[in-house]
Design a protein. Structure first.
Length: 133
């Protein structure tokens, strides 16, 4: 089993940086798995990875990329696991869906609403801060 920690180490990302920012997540225990066709069929078009509390599922074509290209995505998904553990499953879902629906009610399109979800904004920011150090 490949873990998020394995990918990040191979990409040259110091795990201490990740662990400092994400105290509820141990990258060495989060599996990174290829997402099967049936699971991917539930994803919106354009989504390449989904974090669950126990693993990160990545589209096979994305997973085949060089590890240095995957590092930002892996950290982004680890942030979502941190958020889930911090907010709890119901709290995380409520905030995620609530922000998305607020965007849609404001007449934003799907992708603008998605990009404006507070948890997505936080995940992009933290991933950028860790990877761009």
């Amino acid at each position: 089993m490949q873990t998020a920690g394995d990918y990040l180490i191979r990409a040259g990302v110091p795990l201490s940086d990740v662990e400092e920012r994400l105290p509820h997540v141990d990258p060495g225990t989060v599996a990174v798995r290829s997402a099967g066709r049936a699971f991917r069929a539930t994803w919106a078009r354009g989504i390449v990875a989904v974090a669950m509390p126990w693993a990160i599922y990545v589209h096979p074509e994305t997973l085949a990329r060089p590890v240095d290209e995957l590092a930002r995505l892996i950290v982004h998904e680890l942030v979502h696991i941190e958020q889930w553990r911090r907010e709890g499953g119901v709290g995380h879902l409520r905030q995620y869906v609530g922000d998305y629906l607020q965007g849609r009610r404001s007449r934003k399109g799907h992708w603008d609403s998605y990009r404006d979800i507070g948890l997505e904004v936080e995940a992009r920011r933290i991933a950028d801060e860790i990877i761009d150090r």
